[in-house]
Design a protein around this ligand. Structure first.
Ligand code: GLY
Length: 344
């Protein structure tokens, strides 16, 4: 079992292990869980006796206002008081949504996360970003609201289909590009039941904790965690959200590495291509640059000063900067050429 600490001002623990013991909550619990991981939810319910249990299907379709309203009204209907805790059990869409319910119900109650996908363990459940989507775009509504604890239950990860397990580790690989940690750049032998997984996840989570401790509200350094995400969000939108987030980020990472090369940095595209093969990533949508630019313009990271890109110049050397259109288009042509090999 691994225990990681998130330091002040949002002190809490992140646990990674098997059969983790549920903590004692501060008040009555509302258990919001994905029915796909009902056995874990049932174990937590037996331990804590929640006042309310609500099933929330995983997937982007749940991160919407109507589902959010249903959950808030259920909490209000059960008269959950201010010392209540929301316990979120599921993948990133469930922890994002449940965290935002906690952030906004009665102007904010505490919450705890039981991430049950690799993606939620290494990214979504850590760092306190909560929220939901609007028809106009992803994550356009939300709040920074750190959980009181994160409990990564490895037995739940063992139930994931292999492709979903690997897809989520794209975010951990991204942390490898950010830091240059060779272990994070080599997930190839990982499996849910194999011993190396706990250490690997702990390394990946520790990278995120360190960044979030320095820049909780994404004033600067935290933007580096968006490596690969700018194009990824456009690809997700262009695919009508058929392309899963991890795959979109893998394609976005390939674009970012080609952009880094275009701007004079090292060529880091080879390990990303190995990642695309290992995750069995599907081909990205066949959208052209003009189409994707329309989605990029709506990206929430688009500030008044212009769209800023997270550019890897070398392993552990990642910079945030505006990039001229010409370089973007040349990198996109190179990316399109590589992606074409996956089509059909
Ligand atoms: N997923 C990026 C972040 O939490 O900042």
């Amino acid at each position: 079992m691994t225990r990681l600490e998130v330091g002040p001002p949002h002190d809490h623990e992140v646990w990674i292990g098997r059969e983790l013991a549920p903590p004692a909550p501060a008040g009555p619990v509302a258990l919001l869980y994905d029915p796909e991981v009902e056995p874990l939810a049932r174990r937590l319910a037996d331990a804590v006796g929640p006042r309310l249990q609500l099933a929330v299907a995983g997937g982007e379709a749940s991160k919407q206002l109507s589902v959010y309203e249903r959950l808030l009204r259920a909490l209000a209907g059960a008269a959950l008081p201010r010392d209540a805790e929301v316990w979120a059990v599921g993948g990133g869409t469930v922890t994002d949504l449940a965290g935002f319910v906690a952030a906004s119900y009665l102007r904010g109650v505490g919450w705890r996360a039981w991430p049950t996908t690799t993606l939620a363990v290494v990214d979504a459940a850590v760092g306190g970003k909560t929220g939901l989507n609007l028809p106009e775009g992803k994550n356009l509504v939300g709040a920074f609201h750190p959980p009181r604890g994160v409990y990564a239950e490895l037995t739940a990860l063992a139930t994931l289909p292999r492709r979903v397990f690997r897809e989520g580790l794209v975010e951990a690989f991204k942390h490898g590009l950010l830091t240059g940690d060779p272990v994070l750049l080599a997930p190839w032998d990982l499996e849910a039941e194999r011993p190396g997984l706990e250490d690997y996840l702990a390394r990946a989570v520790q990278v995120k904790i360190a960044v979030v401790e320095r820049d909780f509200r994404e004033g600067g350094e935290r933007m580096k965690l968006n490596l690969g995400h700018t194009l990824a969000h456009a690809l997700e939108a262009a695919s009508g959200h058929a392309l899963a987030h991890g795959y979109a980020v893998a394609w976005g990472l390939l674009f970012a590495t080609l952009l880094g090369r275009e701007l004079g940095g090292d060529d880091l595209s080879e390990p990303v291509e190995a990642l695309l093969a290992w995750t069995e990533a599907p081909a990205p949508p066949a959208a052209d640059w003009e189409t994707l630019s329309g989605f990029l313009a709506r990206d929430k990271k688009n500030r008044a000063a212009g769209l800023r890109w997270v550019v890897p110049y070398g392993l552990g050397d990642v910079r945030i900067e505006e990039v001229a259109d010409g370089a973007l288009k040349r990198a996109f042509e190179a990316w399109r050429g590589r992606a074409a090999r996956y089509a059909g």
